[in-house]
Design a protein around this ligand. Sequence first.
Ligand code: S3P
Length: 170
Amino acid sequence: MAEDPRLPLVLIGPMGAGKSRIGQRVAADWGVPFVDTDQRIVDRHGPIERIFADHGEPRFRELEREVVAEAFREHAVVSLGGGAVLDPATQADLADLPVVWLRVSPEAVASRLVGGTRPLLASGGLAEWRRIATEREPIYAALADLDIDTSRRSVARIVADITERFGGTR
Ligand code: S3P
């Protein structure tokens, strides 16, 4: 089968932007596999909050880089954890791949974060989310081919935006 030039399509953006939900829908619409790098880390190494608690963030980032590098070799829609773009090798890889940046406002993300288990937000909550999202914004902006604000847009519309930009079912 000929290679699909749309793949891997990579979704980046801050925690709670909808990367997993939307990635899954795009993959289903296109009839291609979906990889959620956080989920793959959990499948192999256990819950993310445990990895942070037992081994610290640097170890999590190492495991994350391994899974991300592997996912980039797959013909799939790939959703990255919010901080995966901090890795210089991942940044270099993303320069050559189609990348969608999913954005979200603090107002819209607040309800999505409630009851979550994300270790980076365990003590700082929404204020910490805002700080991290702002700090990483220039990285997301530099890597993205398309950016979409998910705050008030339906999943169906977002999937349509992505399909319009990168091409539909082949
Ligand atoms: C993180 C985001 C999380 C997860 C981990 C660290 C981050 O993924 O990888 O908790 O540094 O922003 P989501 O963006 O899917 O929440």
